[in-house]
Design a protein around this ligand. Structure first.
Ligand SMILES: CC(C)(COP(=O)(O)OP(=O)(O)OC[C@H]1O[C@@H](n2cnc3c(N)ncnc32)[C@H](O)[C@@H]1OP(=O)(O)O)[C@@H](O)C(=O)NCCC(=O)NCCS
Length: 243
């Protein structure tokens, strides 16, 4: 199914098959605006009242609900969901299966590893407090599988280790890890600017107009290599059969 009569599509934007963009979630819904040089991959669903910048890239089965605004060079990859009412600056990259609840705000040059979850309701169904999303400042990296609790603010330049559960505000330039996460000053090797190639990527991985780096890497690194030996010290298999 293709549906983009309620959308303004930028110049040289690629739309694959089975994409819905400008979905009229309500009779009063406005249109969706997709910037120039973007790509909407098959399975993408984008509601009305969404505005992307140039070089926006969606993955397969990306869902973006209404009232989302993003700058240029944003990427929302396979299976990621943005629930609506979300703001993003430039160069925000969400890897696969990232869940962004409403009222989350992102600055610019932010990377979220796969499976990061943002929450906005501290006691669902238990009180009537208004929902409050997280606020992620510029130049933050959030490791895969991390959980960012409602209303948490992550300061500029911070690095969140994979699998962290961030329950409190994080001061700028922190290194954060653990459950619950603890912040410490960022070490020198992580206190570096996001590379321009990452921040302003015009074509993401597997892009039809981009280079095919995998072809060369696969042959060079894996093609002629023997399969590595198994790790030693593994537990012996159970030979006694079922209990
Ligand atoms: C935090 C991180 C940068 C540390 O890398 P590093 O500096 O090379 O550190 P090491 O792997 O040498 O580990 C150092 C110590 O930290 C621990 N550690 C590493 N990653 C950790 C994590 N995510 N959470 C908790 N502890 C961690 C290690 O177990 C080790 O502990 P030890 O000293 O008791 O043995 C890295 O592990 C990480 O989480 N990167 C994010 C990866 C990611 O999400 N990428 C997304 C795209 S795929």
């Amino acid at each position: 199914m293709e549906n983009y009569e309620n959308a303004v599509i930028g110049e040289e934007t690629i739309i694959e098959e089975n994409v819905s963009v400008g979905v009229r979630y309500h009779p009063a819904a406005g249109c969706a605006v997709i910037g120039d040089h973007s790509i909407l991959r098959s399975g993408t669903v984008i509601y009305g009242d969404v505005k992307t910048g140039s070089y926006f890239q969606s993955g397969h089965y990306t869902v973006i609900r209404a009232r989302v605004e993003m700058g240029d060079y944003c990427t929302v990859t396979n299976g990621s969901v943005i629930e609506g009412l979300v703001k993003m600056g430039d160069s925000v990259r969400l890897m696969s299966h990232v869940y962004v609840c409403s009222r989350t705000v992102f600055g610019s040059r932010i990377i979220c590893g796969p499976g990061v979850t943002f929450l906005n309701d501290k006691r669902p169904g238990r009180d009537n407090a208004p929902t409050k999303g997280a606020f992620i400042e510029d130049d933050v990296m959030i490791g895969g599988g991390s959980l960012i609790l409602p209303g948490v603010r992550i300061g500029k330049g911070s690095f969140i280790a994979a699998g962290s559960v961030v329950t409190k505000d994080v001061p700028p330039y922190s290194f954060v890890k653990g459950f619950p996460a603890k912040a410490e000053p960022i070490p020198a090797d992580l206190d570096v600017p996001v590379s321009p190639e990452m921040a302003c990527q015009k074509t993401d991985l597997w892009h039809p107009l981009g280079p095919d780096p995998w072809q060369a890497e696969w042959v060079a690194e894996y093609g002629s290599e023997p399969v590595p030996e198994p790790l030693t010290g593994a537990k012996k298999p159970n030979t006694k059969g079922p209990i």
